[in-house]
Ligand binder design. Structure first.
Ligand SMILES: *Cc1c(COP(=O)(O)O)cnc(C)c1O
Length: 425
């Protein structure tokens, strides 16, 4: 087998530079909580391929379902000749997403595509155009979702022009907004919407219940319910982008549940497919069904291999109670991360829910972001065999997204590597 070094040479000559990688090692195999590279090194996985392999890599049920489906048929296109597994995934989305009202669902290939379609549905159903998004938001890299995403580097730089009718308003970010309460932060955001957009023009308010790429920002309690109540009053569609937070990641099926919020539409992807590419939009039947027949779709959306993988992933989540496992990971990790924040003046805060946890690094004495140290700590973790990711508008957040099936030994060893890396940086 070629070494990572050899593969890297080939990659540089073949793969566009714009496609990056966090580590220079090439993967040979992966399991519940570890990856092995082609050079025989083992890595503890605190990344899950960006919150995707919640059920672990090559989860037995997923492998079995995909293998069986691959032998029967691989693609017919649901828009040409439909099949049961697509319908079954929609049934699961309807059953699992919050909101006890009549729902419908549709399937796509990626998170960005799901968000685009949620906006299409909201615009079509309301006959309005404006879309409200938040500071630090991340919704994808396609043209419409670049416009919804906040951060310019690396996502938007020189990729414009961007789609019109997108309005950005302030987020609740307790560490950085002086501890504004959730309801007060909502008033601040709503004030901007009403003054600059007008409630009657808003088709959709799109929000991540806990922000992902933007820095694992957990809004202050009461923020989400107040935004939801405003949207309802204005006749705007509340779209919860649960692409990163969904499917047990935060200790519930969906993060909206923690605050009793029932979004009109929910977008899902990442953990949904057990490692295969699949995404969905689920929500109020009257919105979803407002779109004319043929108005939604795509060649591969709800591909049969991805559908059976999603069904197997959901079954695994139920069988192993992975929402409880995520809460267990929080109980094991968050106190340790809080300890780092107490002892290290450069760690401003540990935060998150379930197995979606982070620490934010600052210059001691204030909240000035320390992106350089964040990169140094991440590199030290990688060198010591722990796969971690950074995020945040200021690049100063270390985030932890272990597979929900990770073992306690891996969690503890990962935390130990992190502790040593913080001490050395
Ligand atoms: C990852 C992500 C997306 C985009 O999903 P892709 O599958 O990469 O297109 C959108 N929204 C959120 C919250 C995400 O975390």
């Amino acid at each position: 087998m070629p070494s990572s070094e050899e593969l890297h040479k080939r990659r540089t000559a073949a793969v566009a530079r714009g496609v990056g990688s966090v580590v220079p090692s090439y993967v040979d195999s992966a399991s519940g909580g570890t990856l092995r590279d082609v050079d025989g090194r083992e890595w503890i996985d605190f990344a899950s391929g960006i919150a995707v392999t919640s059920v672990g890599n090559s989860a037995p049920r997923v492998v079995e379902a995909v293998r069986e489906q691959a032998g029967r048929f691989t693609h017919t296109c649901f828009m040409v000749a439909p099949y049961e597994s697509y319908v079954a995934v929609c049934e699961q989305l309807i059953a699992l997403t919050p909101g006890r009202f009549d729902k419908r669902a549709a399937l796509f290939n990626s998170g960005a595509e799901a968000v685009e379609n949620a906006v299409k549905i909201a615009r079509h159903a309301t006959g309005r155009q404006a879309v409200v998004v938040f500071d630090h938001a991340y919704h994808g890299r396609t043209n419409l979702t670049m416009a919804l995403t906040a951060k310019v580097m690396p996502y938007k730089h020189r990729f414009g022009p961007f789609a019109p009718e997108i309005y950005r308003v302030p987020m609740s970010y307790p560490l950085r907004d002086g501890g504004l309460s959730g309801p007060d932060a909502a008033i601040r955001a709503i004030d901007v919407i009403e003054k600059q957009v007008g409630g009657a023009n808003v088709a959709a308010v799109v929000i991540e219940p806990i922000q992902g790429e933007g820095g694992f920002v957990v809004p202050a309690p009461g923020f989400l319910p107040a935004i939801a109540a405003w949207a309802k009053g204005a006749g705007a569609v509340l779209v919860a982008d649960e692409i990163q937070t969904g499917f047990c990641r935060t200790g519930a099926w969906f993060a909206s549940e923690h605050e009793g919020v029932e979004p009109d539409l929910v977008t899902t992807a990442k953990g949904m497919g057990g490692g295969l590419p699949i995404a969905g939009v689920a929500g109020r039947a009257e919105l979803m069904d407002a779109v004319h027949a043929g108005g939604l779709g795509g060649t591969y959306g709800g591909n049969p291999l991805a559908c059976v993988a999603a069904l197997a992933a959901v079954e695994t989540m139920r069988e192993l109670d992975l929402a409880a496992a995520a809460r267990g990971i929080e109980a094991r990790m968050l106190p340790v991360l809080r300890g780092f924040a107490e002892r290290d003046p450069g760690v401003a805060e540990a935060r998150g829910r379930g197995a979606m946890l982070a620490i934010e690094l600052v210059k001691p004495g204030g909240i000035e972001p320390d992106a350089a140290r964040t990169a140094t700590v991440a590199k030290a973790c990688h060198d010591a065999g722990l796969l971690v990711l950074t995020c945040g508008t200021y690049g100063n957040v270390l985030r932890f997204l272990p597979p929900l099936v990770i073992g306690e030994r891996e969690v503890d060893r990962g935390l130990e590597i992190l502790r040593e890396s913080l001490l050395g940086a």
